[in-house]
Design a protein around this ligand. Structure first.
Ligand code: HEM
Length: 172
């Protein structure tokens, strides 16, 4: 292969899950994963099932991940621009996979996220709150494109917003 894949993020220690576990706990408090709090006491489908499972989540991730690469507002930050131009060809497929698993696991699907804590994965990009919000806008556009219902869309946006302090680490 003329572009060897950088394997630095393929395997992680158990400590990598700390940030994810905290986010998952927060989401469960707000009934974003399996929701057992219906008035009848009947168990509702998990957010994962209500979204349509792994294929539906992967389709949304695929779309917003491609949009981020070419969004002019997300090509001003030099580190992000360099990633979009030189690393994306070999790393974007894996990034889409990791994002899909992250969302699927958080939404209550039968998956475990084993990647880097989000803080570690994004620290080198020094992302600003404005860049974070623009990625959020791309996620909403992708959810709208696939006609994800308002409630599920809001729950995913809420989950995304919970990661802001971990991901957007640029000095204010
Ligand atoms: C401003 C917002 C964000 C931008 C621009 C961004 C972009 C990136 C980039 C360029 C990478 C590096 C991939 C590599 O290692 O080569 C990455 C890693 C990653 N991002 Fe994001 N990201 C953002 C927010 C998020 C959020 C909120 C999530 C959670 C759904 C997420 C999930 C991930 C995952 C799972 C990884 C891979 C972690 C690993 O290497 O183990 N990202 N992101």
């Amino acid at each position: 292969m003329d572009r060897p894949v950088d394997r630095r993020t393929v395997t992680k220690g158990a400590g990598a899950l700390a940030g994810f576990a905290a986010a998952r706990a927060l989401l469960q408090q707000t009934a974003l994963a399996a929701d057992d709090s219906t008035p009848t006491g009947a168990s509702e489908q998990s957010l994962y099932d209500r979204l349509g499972g792994i294929f539906a989540i992967a389709a949304v991730v695929d779309r917003f991940s491609d949009a981020i690469i070419v969004n002019p507002k997300l090509n001003q930050n030099p580190a992000l621009k360099a990633w979009n131009q030189t690393e994306a060809p070999t790393r974007l497929p894996g990034l889409k996979f990791m994002r899909t698993i992250w969302i699927a696991a958080l939404a209550g699907g039968p998956f475990t996220y084993t990647g880097l804590p989000l803080h570690d994965a994004h620290q080198r990009f020094h992302l600003t709150p404005e860049e974070f919000d623009e990625v959020g806008a791309e996620i909403v556009r992708a959810l709208d494109y696939y006609h994800v219902p308002a409630r599920e869309k809001q729950q995913l946006v809420d989950a995304y917003m919970l990661t802001k302090s971990e991901v957007a680490t640029a000095p204010q």
